[in-house]
Design a protein around this ligand. Sequence first.
Ligand SMILES: [Zn+2]
Length: 368
Amino acid sequence: MRDQHVRFGRSDLQSELRRRVDDYFEQSGQTRDGGVRIIVKTALIFAWFFAGYITFLVLRPGALGTMALAISTGLACSGLGFAVQHDGGHRAYSRKPWLNRASAAVLDFLGGSSYVWRHKHGFVHHTYPNVTGVDEDIHTEPFARMHGNSPYRAAYRFQHIYIWALYALLPFVWVLYDDVRRLWTGKVGSTKLARPKGREVAIFLAGKVVYCSWAFLIPAMTVGWASTLLFYVTTQLCLGLTLAIVFQMAHCVEEAEFVHPAPGGPRLDHARLQLATTVDFAQHNRLLSWYVGGLNFQVVHHLFPAVSHIHYPALSKIVAETCAEFDVEYRVIPTLPQALRSHYRFLRRLGQPDATSYQSENAYCTNN
Ligand SMILES: [Zn+2]
């Protein structure tokens, strides 16, 4: 269901970008999926996950060893989310539908719900990034203020200091509260979430059984509850922090704009909306690009979510050239520390009572 207040118009820029990317794939003879490279990558990250997890179960280390292995396993969990589940959820992992479903279900393995994610992220966030009233990712009240239309609270003055702890706690909120609430109410923000049926219910329930087994049951029977809880909590804190920071650096930074649509307002241009509200960072950091599954090329991802992330560096050149010709800004933060600092300054500024967010005029259609 689309939001009634937000309407889209024709986009000359979108059409041209699509045409050039189609040409790229035709001329290079490549397919849009991840091919063998993504299968190898998936195997490597799963090996990383199980290396930490099985070492923990076999060696039964003390508290420090448990926490070190949990941090490694938590980083592997984030890697699975970034590089495997995210492509699968967008059906960009493979040309085979069952492989896309399997890689998307990695989120259920990690405690989330691939069904809720497909609606919340795949549809709502990708259609309406940084659009207030619709994109749930920027509605963090009463804990933090991510846009200028969000009502002010005195505590937000310190959000640039305390937010990191809240990011770390996010997996607990998703698993125990958010997904359940969304399925129960049948809503994600202002959009309707259809009730899951058949296979979707089966994946949701099987995911909970598998997750509870590896996270609690198996370790509790092997190393006892105290070590299990220490390992679990540390893994989840690490997962929450890395996931939140990577996604926030793409949308909640000083370089990104926000859209406050009014009923009957002008139509949005899909491509210009993505380009105004989304930012790439550290494009030349190859290790980071590998680990975050190309999500540092978030602009490319938002323009072409159905293309595997292994193609993003090549597509970013096409996006940059096309944007230059259309005189539209392609927002890039050069390095990871600069992106982190920009997010920090963004939080500090939005924590001030009189702060407004960077209201976009660039996201609207200019010619229809
Ligand atoms: Zn996405």
